[in-house]
Design a protein around this ligand. Structure first.
Ligand code: GLU
Length: 490
């Protein structure tokens, strides 16, 4: 078989949302797995609802996820243009071709009257189909109306019989043509309908497989008939199940962020989002969950798409983020954390230079507790900046014992002499200091943690002290003692 050509065809009437991104991702994975071509086409025929800003937002979302396209905006290609707004003449020509071949006809009925009839029927709970008033007008009649310039739409002439197509996800779908009315392909204002433009483009762009959301299933019969009317090969379809919120209702804003870029702003890693989206409605056939981009390309097949709806679980996304974060190297984390540290006033170019090794150790220590890059920076702030206060609950819980200040003074002196300044030696010194003072090691451990980090929770205090360093730890212990004696600053 020749290499597949697939497409993602967003309408730029909103930002790239989770469902759209997942559709794009499946197309991309399929193309990359098969060595095929991934086309990006912008369906902007609805000029009032589309905007350049939305197009830019969609491209940004795709770039962030690493979904590069082989043909489309910015990169061009042999099947362009890739904006539907630049292809209107093709749709008009195609509609006329359908009329010429007898697959469509001019309809002079007044659209407002038709709308009124349809709505009246709906109010009574009935459906109304176009009554084919114009389906069999005499040629002279049509010619006269054309001469008079009477406005008209172009309607598809539904053939009799049954039609079927194969859906990779849902199997063979067969329908009776009689249930579909003679639908409009070109409106009286010469605007194409979605069915016409999408089929004309998929034929022009030589699309072999249409992978798209389940919400398009009911559109497919009309489109299959259009392919046949154009004498074109019908592509293979794969309709991907809907994404539901945790309450099993269709994913929407009420479930939280639905725009992909909102997840970037929240500090999620693109590789985590990528992995998470890939498993929304697709499975590798075993229980693997954690994948790199390359592993997904290797594993992805359309057969793995589930026919049941997928559930968007935000906690799972956080889990993926944590897992992918844990797998990033020190240098990879450095480039992503730099802007956050800069924002905090904690960045120093030496973190890439002389202090690179030290910085990587800090990252390794903080990683197990962090869900996001920002957590690393915020939870590890004390590695870069002296604490400017102490967590109130921790102070209440651990610093109220009388006599703590002189005990910390003795411990500070011992610490100043610890050699080598390693976690094990620091721990031994702390325990010895506690023992010689007749107090519990825990009292010194808690106080040291609060002095050094300002917080009640941190990784192992001995690891922390070793990395914060002798001088800064001794100074921070002294500062805490000052605060203890002052009372008020605590
Ligand atoms: N532009 C359509 C949408 O955004 C997609 C059309 C298709 O994939 O066939 O829903």
């Amino acid at each position: 078989m020749s290499r597949p050509r697939v497409r993602f065809a967003p309408s730029p009437t909103g930002y790239l949302h989770v469902g759209g991104a997942r559709t794009a991702l499946f197309n991309w994975l399929y193309a990359r797995h098969e060595g095929g071509i991934f086309v990006l086409r912008i369906e902007d025929t609805d000029l009032e609802r589309s905007s350049d800003e939305m197009v830019a937002g969609i491209l940004d979302g795709m770039k962030w996820l690493g979904l590069d396209w082989d043909e489309g905006p910015e990169v061009g290609g042999a099947h362009g243009p890739y904006f539907q707004s630049e292809r209107l003449d093709r749709y008009r020509d195609a509609a006329e071709r359908l009329v010429a071949s007898g697959h469509a006809y001019y309809c002079y009925c007044n659209p407002d009257e038709i709308k009124a009839k349809r709505e009246a029927a709906e109010r009574e709970g009935k459906t109304w189909s176009y009554d084919r008033t114009c389906a069999n007008l005499a040629p002279e009649d049509v010619a006269a109306r054309e001469r008079a310039g009477q406005p008209r739409a172009i309607r598809f002439r539904m053939p009799e019989g049954r039609t079927s197509y194969d859906d990779v996800v849902h199997g063979t779908i067969e329908f009776d043509n009689a249930v579909i009315e003679d639908f409009v392909v070109l409106r009286s204002d010469r605007q194409p309908t979605y069915h016409l433009s999408v089929v004309v483009d998929d034929i022009d762009m030589a699309i072999t497989d249409v992978v798209r959301g389940d919400d398009h299933i009911s559109n497919t019969p009309k489109q299959v008939l259009l392919y046949q009317a154009f004498g074109a090969r019908v592509p293979r379809f794969a309709h991907v199940p809907l994404i539901l919120g945790p309450d099993k209702r269709r994913l929407s804003k009420r479930h939280g962020a639905t725009s992909v870029m909102e997840y970037e702003r929240q500090g999620f890693l693109p590789e985590a989002m990528f992995n998470f989206l890939a498993l929304l409605g697709w499975s590798p056939g075993d229980d693997r969950e954690l994948f790199t981009r390359e592993e997904l390309v290797a594993a992805f097949t359309l057969d793995g798409i589930a026919s049941s709806n997928a559930v968007f679980n935000p906690e799972k996304l956080e889990w993926f983020n944590q897992q992918h974060l844990a797998r990033l190297s020190g240098d990879e984390i450095t480039s992503r954390i730099e802007p956050v540290l800069r924002e905090m006033g904690a960045w120093d170019d030496e973190l890439r230079g002389a202090r690179r090794e030290w910085f990587h150790q800090v990252i390794e220590l903080l990683k197990p507790r962090a869900k996001k890059i920002r957590d690393l920076a915020e939870q590890g702030r004390y590695f870069f900046i002296d604490p400017d206060g102490y967590e109130e609950a921790a102070v209440k819980k651990h610093l109220s014992a009388p006599g703590l200040s002189p005990q910390l003074a003795a411990w500070g002196e011992a610490l100043a002499a610890v050699e080598p300044f390693t976690p094990a030696a620091i721990e031994a010194a702390l325990r010895a200091s506690a023992e010689s003072q007749g107090i519990k090691a825990a009292a010194l451990i808690h106080a040291t943690r609060i002095a050094v980090t300002g917080q009640g929770v941190s990784p192992s205090v001995f690891d922390v002290v070793a990395l914060v360093g002798r001088e800064r730890t001794v100074a921070r212990l002294a500062k805490l003692r000052e605060a203890l004696s002052g009372g008020a600053t605590l």
